[in-house]
Each structure stands twice: as structure tokens, then as C-alpha cells.
Design a binder for this molecule. Structure first.
Ligand code: CP
Length: 311
């Protein structure tokens, strides 16, 4: 594996998912990363991604350096050929070349702005990192995808050992407009496991065709929940009216009553979650969310191990 920015970087996604399941069942430590450095660069906040990736690197003997680039460093310029006599102080090209000279593997997190769909879906920040880095790049969530989360989620579902489960990716309410990255990525990875996948969302919240091909989209949440084995909740803003949050008539919060319509489904969410907005307290308290969060460590470890082996 050269980089880990999307499932398309992975030759055998099913084998990588199984590697995560195996690590979860039998955690392992090694020194394959001894005297190697992982650099983590964050344009946006993080709890799980930052700590689980750091822990995974330590499990492999790596040293880790972290930069909250928007808070602690110079203001970054992304346009080529700009006369930098304004607010920006360091060009992305220079920043990435320098940071990667201190690392053997680098990770970057940069969310969608939700202002310009074309710009966000071009993945300008991630693309610049891949272009100018002298070392492999891991996406710690980009404008349109969150592959470490999706690898984790596929491993969490696979570890349940339910034969061909029905998995519902359900839109849920949120007070702020959120990117589509987790949901896009979840759908992009789902063909790597043997599952029936349904996307449930209100009208106006359909995801890009690039990710929904072959997946049933339903606008009735209760009907979608029938016979489900897993409910994966996530909010996202509109793709068609990019970044907008059109009014939704029905209440899409996931409750105990809605979970009762399923086949005793397990509730999943990537966290952080707005309690009693996305889902009610009892749904979250009897869910897989903490297992998912712990599995982030094993997903990051599997990815780092593969990248280290190919250095
Ligand atoms: N799920 C996830 O990526 O969590 P953080 O945003 O806290 O890293």
C-alpha cells in the first residue's frame, strides 16, 4: 500500500478488514516501526482519530509527532502562483515538504468547507499532501471520505459473525450542517463485506451517485429499519443543495421504539454523538459505539503495519 486515502488505495480490502478483526481478537505489539516517526497534522478537531492512531503507532514501536496546524502554525496558502502579501504566511507545498522530511508516514485531517461542492470534492488539501509528501499519507478524514472510520466499521460488523446482515445507514438530525464524508466512505467500503446495505434519508439528503450505486435509498425510516441487523446513524448535509439543511417533517431521531422495528439490531455511530438529538440515551447506552471507538486503534494499526512493510 502506497497511501491510505480511500478504499481504492487498498488492493484487498476484505483481507485488511480481516486483519483488523484478527487484531481485535488478539491484540499484537511489534517493533516494526522502531526509529520511524508518524506525523499527524490536524486542520480540524479530533478525539478518537488522534488518540487511536497515536496508540496504534506506539503499538508498532513508532514515535509520533502531532501538529494542530490551524492553531499552532502559520496560516496556510493553497493557491499556486499567489502573491502572498495577504493573510497567508506559508504555502501548502512548503509546509508538506518540510513536515514530511521529519516523518516516515504522515496523516492529515481536513474537513469539507461545505461552501463549494466542486472544491470540496476535488479534495484540495489531501491531494496537496499526497503530491508534496515524500512519505506515505494516511487520511485522518478528508473533505469527502473517512477511510479509517469505514475500515473500523466494516471490521466491527464482520466481527459480529452475522451471516449477510442487513445494515441500514440512517440519516439522523443534528443542529449543524455536517459533511458527507463518513456516510460516503461507509457506502464506499460496504461492498467489501457480505451485507445487504440500505441508505435511509429524508428527501433532499440523497448522497452522491458516486457512492450510492447498487445501494437502495429509502425515504421512510421505519420501513428501512424492518429486519435490520445494524443501524448506523449519521447526519449529513445536502449534497444536491450543497451544504444546506432542508427542513425535515418527521422526527428522524433514533429511539428505542424505532430500534424495536429491527431484527434486534445493534446501533452504531462513529462518535462524537449529540445525545437525544441523533439518538436517545438508551439507544446509545446499549450500542456498539465504544467497541467501534476501540476498533479504531486496530484499524490504524493494520494500516500502519501495511504501510511500514511497504516502505
Ligand atoms: N470518529 C472520529 O473520527 O472521531 P474524532 O472526530 O473524534 O476523531
Amino acid at each position: 500500500m502506497k497511501h491510505f486515502t480511500s478504499i481504492t488505495d487498498v488492493e484487498h480490502p476484505d483481507a485488511l478488514i480481516q486483519q483488523v478483526v484478527n487484531l481485535k481478537e488478539q491484540p499484537q505489539f511489534s517493533n516494526i516501526g522502531k526509529h520511524k516517526t508518524l506525523g499527524l497534522v490536524f486542520f480540524n478537531p479530533s478525539l478518537r482519530t488522534r488518540l487511536s492512531t497515536q496508540k496504534a503507532a506506539q503499538n508498532l514501536g513508532m514515535d509520533v509527532i502531532v501538529l494542530n496546524i490551524n492553531k499552532d502554525s502559520w496560516k496556510v496558502e493553497f493557491e499556486d502562483g499567489t502573491v502572498m502579501n495577504g493573510a497567508t504566511q506559508e504555502h501548502i507545498k512548503d509546509a508538506v515538504k518540510v513536515i514530511s522530511s521529519y516523518c516516515d508516514i504522515m496523516g492529515v485531517r481536513s474537513f469539507a468547507t461545505l461552501e463549494d461542492r466542486e472544491e470540496d470534492y476535488k479534495e484540495r488539501v489531501l491531494t496537496n499532501f499526497v503530491q508534496y509528501s515524500s512519505v506515505p499519507v494516511i487520511s485522518l478524514e478528508s473533505a469527502t471520505l473517512h477511510p479509517l472510520q469505514s475500515l473500523t466499521d466494516m471490521a466491527t460488523i464482520t466481527a459480529s459473525a452475522i451471516q449477510r446482515p442487513k445494515v441500514v445507514l440512517s440519516w439522523a438530525p443534528h443542529p449543524k450542517a455536517l459533511p458527507q464524508a463518513v456516510s460516503n466512505s461507509f457506502l464506499q467500503w460496504s461492498p467489501a463485506i457480505d451485507a445487504e446495505v440500505v441508505c435511509a434519508c429524508p428527501e433532499g439528503y440523497e448522497l452522491s451517485d458516486a457512492f450510492t450505486g447498487g445501494i437502495t435509498t429509502m425515504h421512510n425510516q421505519e420501513e428501512a429499519f424492518a429486519d435490520a441487523d445494524f443501524i448506523y446513524a449519521k447526519n449529513w448535509s445536502s449534497y444536491d443543495s450543497y451544504g444546506a439543511t432542508p427542513a425535515v417533517e418527521k422526527d428522524w431521531t433514533i429511539t428505542v421504539e424505532k430500534m424495536a422495528l429491527t431484527n434486534d439490531a445493534r446501533f452504531m455511530h462513529c462518535l462524537p454523538i449529540r445525545r437525544n438529538v441523533v439518538a436517545s440515551d438508551p439507544v446509545i447506552d446499549h450500542s456498539l459505539v465504544y467497541q467501534q471507538a476501540k476498533n479504531r486503534e486496530y484499524a490504524a494499526q493494520a494500516v500502519l503495519q501495511n504501510l511500514l512493510e511497504d516502505l
